[in-house]
Ligand binder design. Structure first.
Ligand SMILES: [Zn+2]
Length: 628
């Protein structure tokens, strides 16, 4: 067994007081102040030689007193940077500075950072504070960055495991993926990736549209044992991908989970909201806020394009998937290049108002797993422009006729897109100036968007950098309490954006109940409706249904106008999917299709094979595909 820490130190003068891992990163601590200030390119040489991220930090002994350093930080950094928080992580010799304008903290080519670093011996990390205050982002950063011995130990254990059998020559003899959920269906996405040495879970979601056992992935499959799991990789924060993860921590999983920075904020928020909705429906939630916190504590955040070892024989890189804030396509290099798997999860292959389109160039790829939400023959989506025009016109007709419009939204992604469309339509006088109410967790999610402009497309990023926050325009009114909600329900023409998107719990159901019987009102479906959900039934024309309200059964008539607008989906439509299969660089030799209703998956598979001559597989749940 090779010991990478020893190998690295062999090449260094005797200035290293300790060395350890932060997951796949190697951190060297020095007690030599001169070496800390200037290591003469030594560290860079090591990075090139070992092809690992290696960071040099000062030993705790060298660190200047915290109060002094905080004073220094606030003196040296210009006031316009608007520092909102300074968090000291003594265990790791790191100080995290949160600021509204990180560029001003860093200074010209890092000059300010360097000055503070040389004077204080702390290593500085800069983060952007959200323009809309976000409690969840604050809490998560406190858990991840405040002086925390447990966190340091955890990261070191993860690193030790990754480098345990460190052997750059090793090639894996077999690789397989088992579909524990999301095979020929939408919801409960969960894939187990295995080699003789490693077991990784790609997503672990729930199917919110159904009740009972069908809601969860097959965690009782013989291949799957929680205590043997090495890592979880989460593509994005939607419940059908993330929903069951806190439960895995509740059941005793103690390993790492990899995702992007926005995704942890969003996944924690969405999980907490899910607990809240369960209580409102008088059911016992699957997990508690303690379990959500466990998930946060075990999270390792990666940026897009950052190559990271997650096991001795697996290396992942996240790429933008264009689906929702922080959503990622995962490239997995298995067994030192023996096989390259790309897991698209949910993606969009055209630019939207918020995001750039999915990345389609990869270093290498043999197999790709792609979604088929809109993969069916009939799923040719109308153009974005047509769809936008359609929703604006539908709203216009209704409000001019004194009605109210309800748009049930997924809190993440779709809702923000709709907000941008409506704001523009009003600005250009395509819509009368009526209030747009935002209910449910959408508002908090807007705040998280403003903390991560670098994950948004260039247009929105520019707006946020210039302090023009697209989500705080006057037309948007936040509904924060039940009395405010009552006012909206009893008030005049308006548009309401509320979660959940499929009318399964959340504020949207509340509005729907009150709006449904009046034929002047309208409901616009803009996101995918899972079979079994109330949303799907209404979409298919149900005229009345029973609802349990505070213990009493109430019969609700549906007289309101029901419209579905397909072209606004955050998923790739059929044309985009076929295009993607053909246009990735390099082209995949095999495409595995999941995350779509059975007929749509099969349709997409046969079309890809016929048009682009690529082998396709459409596994059912519990089926395994061998990659090598
Ligand atoms: Zn999604």
């Amino acid at each position: 067994m090779a010991d990478i820490l020893k190998d690295i130190q062999k090449d260094l003068p005797k200035v290293i007081s300790s060395a350890g891992f932060e997951a796949a990163n190697i951190v060297l601590y020095t007690d030599d102040p001169e070496f800390f200030k200037d290591n003469n390119g030594k560290i860079k040489e090591l990075v090139n030689k070992f092809k690992k991220r290696i960071e040099l930090r000062a030993d705790e002994k060298l660190l200047k007193n915290k109060e002094e350093v905080e004073k220094m930080i606030r003196e040296i950094i210009p006031e316009e940077a608007e520092i909102t928080n300074v968090l000291f992580d003594t265990q790791r010799s790191v100080v995290v500075i949160e600021s509204k304008r990180p560029g001003l903290v860093i200074g010209k080519s890092g000059s300010i950072l360097k000055e503070i670093k040389d004077k204080s011996f702390w290593t500085l990390q800069i983060q952007r504070s959200p323009a809309i205050e976000s409690k969840i982002t604050e809490n998560i950063r406190a858990v991840l960055y405040q002086t925390n011995n447990l966190r340091k130990k955890f990261l070191n254990v993860v690193g030790k495991k990754i480098y345990k059998e460190w052997n750059p020559e090793k090639v894996e003899e077999w690789i397989r993926v088992t579909f524990l959920g999301g095979g020929r269906q939408v919801g409960r996405s969960c894939i187990l990736l295995q080699t003789p040495q490693t077991k990784i879970l790609l997503d672990c979601g729930i199917n919110v549209a159904v009740k009972g056992k069908e809601r969860f992935p097959y965690l009782d499959a013989p291949e799957f044992k929680l205590n043997e799991l090495d890592a979880i990789v989460l593509s994005h924060a939607h419940l059908d991908h993330s929903g069951l993860i806190p439960y895995l921590y509740k059941m005793g999983y103690k390993g790492p989970i990899y995702m992007t920075m926005p995704t942890i904020d969003l996944a924690a928020l969405i999980a907490l909201d899910y607990i809240g909705v369960a209580y409102k429906q008088a059911t016992t939630p699957l997990f508690s806020s303690t379990d959500v916190k466990e998930m946060v504590k075990h999270t390792i955040c990666l940026n897009f394009n950052e190559v990271t070892d997650i096991a001795p024989d697996m290396r992942i890189t996240f790429y933008n998937s264009g689906h929702a804030l922080g959503s990622a396509i995962t490239h997995i290099n298995i067994g030192n290049g023996a096989h390259n798997l790309v897991y698209s999860a949910d993606f969009k292959f055209i630019r939207t108002r918020l995001l750039d389109r999915a990345i389609s160039n990869f270093p290498r790829m043999e197999t790709m797993i792609i979604e088929a939400t809109y993969g069916g023959k009939d799923n040719i989506l109308p153009s974005r422009n047509d769809a936008e025009e359609q929703i604006v016109n539908e709203i216009k007709k209704t409000v001019e006729n004194s009605g109210k419009v309800l748009i049930p939204e997924l809190g993440l992604g779709r809702a923000q897109e709709t907000m941008l469309i409506l704001e523009e339509a009003m600005r250009l006088d395509k819509l009368p100036k009526i209030p747009i109410y935002i209910d449910g967790m959408i508002w908090d999610i807007n705040g998280i968007h403003t903390a991560y402009p670098e994950f948004l497309n260039s247009q929105v990023r520019r707006d946020i950098f210039q302090n023009k926050n697209p989500f705080v325009e006057e037309v948007f009114k936040r509904v924060g309490s039940s009395s405010e909600r009552k006012k909206v329900i009893e008030g005049g023409p308006c548009v309401v954006l509320a979660t959940s998107g499929m009318l399964v719990g959340g504020a949207s159901v509340e509005y729907f109940r009150h709006f449904a019987s009046n034929k002047k009102n309208k409901i616009c479906f803009v996101c995918y409706q899972g079979s079994g959900s109330l949303g799907k039934q209404v979409q298919e024309g149900v005229k009345e249904f029973k609802m349990n309200i505070e213990g009493n059964e109430e019969l609700i008539e549906v007289n309101m106008d029901v419209v579905t607008i397909d072209g606004l989906s955050a998923h790739a439509g059929r044309t985009e999917l076929l295009d993607y299969a053909n246009r990735t660089q390099p082209k995949s030799s095999k495409i595995i299709i999941n995350h779509g209703e059975q007929s749509r998956c099969l349709d997409l598979a046969s079309s890809i094979y016929r048009l682009h001559h690529i082998e396709t597989v459409v596994p059912k749940n519990l089926e395994t595909v061998r990659l090598r």
